[in-house]
Structure formats: structure tokens, C-alpha cells
Design a protein around this ligand. Sequence first.
Ligand SMILES: C[S@@+](CC[C@H](N)C(=O)[O-])C[C@H]1O[C@@H](n2cnc3c(N)ncnc32)[C@H](O)[C@@H]1O
Length: 270
Amino acid sequence: MGPDHAWEKWGAQDPYYGVLSDPRFRCNKLTDDSLKEFFATGQHHIEHMLETIRKTHSDFQPKRVMDYGCGVGRLLRPLSQIADTVGVDISESMLNEAQKNCPEATLIHPERLNSLAQNFDLIHSHLVFQHIPVRTGEGVLRQLVGLLSPNGIGVIHLTFLVRRLGRLPIPVWDAMQKMRGRSKLFHGLMNLKDGRPFNQPQMQMNNYNLNRIFAILRDANCSIFHVEFTSDLFPGAVLYFKRGCEHVERTCLSWVALSAAPGRAALDAP
Ligand SMILES: C[S@@+](CC[C@H](N)C(=O)[O-])C[C@H]1O[C@@H](n2cnc3c(N)ncnc32)[C@H](O)[C@@H]1O
């Protein structure tokens, strides 16, 4: 089963647990209180993100915002209270749930990204790229940065390439993940080994090469102004970047300053 199909299954069978894999959010465990907790995590996340942006961009007041991979609208809900919001998700069932949770937001499938105007002040994505195969995810990132307005801000979370995950070298881990995609029996047995229901859909994990991500951002004239690392079995980073060409100017200026500085020889020394 491919990752997109697996996400449709998550959306149809257990959408809140698919978003945050905590037993309290299983569909048969959801209560008013656990739903409140679920959405409180989203409110907290968005408050933190806006606070972080405003440390360097104090007058940042986005008017048009996208949440890519919005799931059931956990992060879209607080965003739609401050801006005109578009939520994008690969799963129709997730989109339907998000529409119930955020009636004021526009919800679309990624196929419709091309029809959007390039006027987003903020494009955000959390816990999503890790589930998209790397080459597809790189293409999505190119599309998203192309939709930012001049000076628009992107806040994108990615898991990045490491040599080992836990005790397993990455090639072994990748081979097991591929096997799980190909064989229902193998996937089901691995689910049972980890204490999960046999039929639980796969949640693919992918790790990005940050060199290639930097090149994509650089080509789109984006400058990264803040990075936060996320800790998990899968090391991740939240990249805060701004579209514009300031980084090019700054690099040139510092190079000129460095060339003219008397201590240059010392800087050049090995
Ligand atoms: C773990 S959930 C996170 C949802 C939301 N970002 C949050 O943090 O509340 C991942 C979401 O990404 C969506 N997704 C997976 N692959 C995608 C793709 N290629 N394009 C858009 N959405 C995708 C899934 O359907 C799912 O709703």
C-alpha cells in the first residue's frame, strides 16, 4: 500500500490518532476532555511559532496562511482565527474532518496547489514531510516556496538524514520499511511485535538530506532565519525562512567587508 492510500485509511479509521499517536486520541477513546487536550496542543504550537517569528519580525501579522498536511485541523484552527486560511491534505477523510473543525478555512487536495495565487504571508507544515517520500517531498517544498508572497515566511518541519535510528543502521531500517509497504503479512506481524493492531496502516517515515533542502531554499531566494531541533527517535528540524534576496546581499556585503579588513590574512589562515 502506498503512503497516500495509507493516509486515506488513517483519515477514515482513526484520524486523531493518525495525527498524534497517543492512546488518548484513539477513536474509541475520544472524549470532550481528550479533544480539548488535542486542540490545546495545536493552540500552544501556533502561539510558540508566532512568538518565535515576532522575535525577529515584530510587526508580522499574516493575512493569508497555508497549513500543508493539515490533518483534522489541529493547527489550522488557531491559524484560521487570525488569518484567511487554506488547509491542504492528501486524505479526503482528513479534509472532511478538518472542515468540521474549521468551517471558515478553505480545504483542498495537493493537486489544486497549482491553482493558488502566490500570495501567502505564511506557509506552515508540521509532522508532514517525514511521511512523504523524499523526492516527492522535495517537489512539494519547491511548490510551497513558490506560493509565498515576496517577504512571505515559511515554517517547515522535516526529519533529517542520520546514520542510525535507535540500534538500526539506516539502510536496514529503510529495507524493513519497504518490506512493510510490499507485504501485508510482514507489516501486520511487525505491528503485532510492537503491540499494535495487525491491520493498522503503515506510517512511512522519511529522512531528508539537508544539503538538498538548503539548495531548494537558496534557489527560491529564501533565507533561513531560525532553526529549532525536535527530539524524537527521528531527529527533526523546524526551519523558519523568509522569501526575498536579503541573504545574497548580506553575503556580498560581508565578503566586501572581510576583503577590506586588515586582519584578513589571519582569517584566511588554516
Ligand atoms: C501526522 S499528521 C499531522 C497533521 C497536522 N500537520 C498536525 O500536526 O496536526 C500528517 C498529515 O499529513 C498528511 N499527508 C501525508 N502525506 C501528504 C502529502 N503528500 N501531501 C499532503 N498531506 C499529506 C496526512 O494525510 C496527515 O493528515
